[in-house]
Write a protein that binds this ligand. Sequence first.
Ligand code: SF4
Ligand code: SF4
Length: 327
Amino acid sequence: MMHNNKTCTIFDIKRYAIHDGPGIRTTIFFKGCPLSCLWCHNPEGIEPKPKTIYDPKKCIGCFACVDSCPDKALKVQQNGIYPSDEDILALCNSCNSLICADVCPTKSRERVGKICSVDDILKEVQKDIAFYEESDGGVTFSGGEPLMQWEALIELLKGCKSVDIHTAVDTTGFSSWSILKKVAQFTDLFLFDLKMLDDKKHKIYTGVSNKSILENLKQLAILIKSQNSSVKQRIIIRMPLIPTINDDEANIEATGKFIADLEDLEDNRCNSRVKEVNLLPYHDFQRSKYLKFGIDYKPQNILAPTQEQIKTVQERLEAFDLTVSVG
Ligand code: SF4
Ligand code: SF4
């Protein structure tokens, strides 16, 4: 493998992942996302920069963090140890060292996100090559939005391909087509999110328009379907199922039709490359993460869909001749 000193910001590496594509995988979570979905399962992945979080309940008052900070930013306050005022908080938010978290013995103060070299990540993912081979697994790049750091992403994908590791990119699809096209050269599988077809609702619930996302998905389908049949590239559409937000009949019908129409685009030689849909039923297991990261949990009144609701949506999509899995 070639030496590569490019870096990227990630917030987690999960080994032995079994829900991020086929087989046993290592999933790399990139930090930074242009969307802000109401139900986001990885809120720590939205901001692009690493930062610290603080849990006063675990703090033993050893002052290691206070003493370590070169800017003397932290002060003892009534309910714990915090930046002394708003200006200092801004300083912490743009801090590159985050040494205060690294010295904390109890993880009361923790670092969220770190800058890693492409080489280090590739070393990490290669530890499990035997598991990938045994299970037809590989490496998945997720987030956050991996396309936001596309230059490092491409180097990582190339590194994986150079040692024959299957690659998947889990994306919101919100990017320029020129970037997505470059990334597609080294990606075996796209896990492509499709949240809702109505653009007005999409803007309300995710913060961005879905126009470029839908266009990118069409272009990607055309590109992948035009590959010769020895290339096994494919797309699995991932649809979060959020009751009262995107589970209405109109959206499910529009989604089914949109995906089915991807099949009819251009070259139809490899017509099972964009027929799979993976429904991801909403749950609120991520609620504790929001508390930990000090972010408001907004979908207060949304309940997880019942088995019956999930089955209804699954059947509606299957009526478009799509292969639909759940979870
Ligand atoms: S985040 Fe940076 S500036 Fe703030 S206390 Fe920690 S080391 Fe100091
Ligand atoms: S280093 Fe950790 S445990 Fe010690 S005072 Fe700081 S936050 Fe508390």
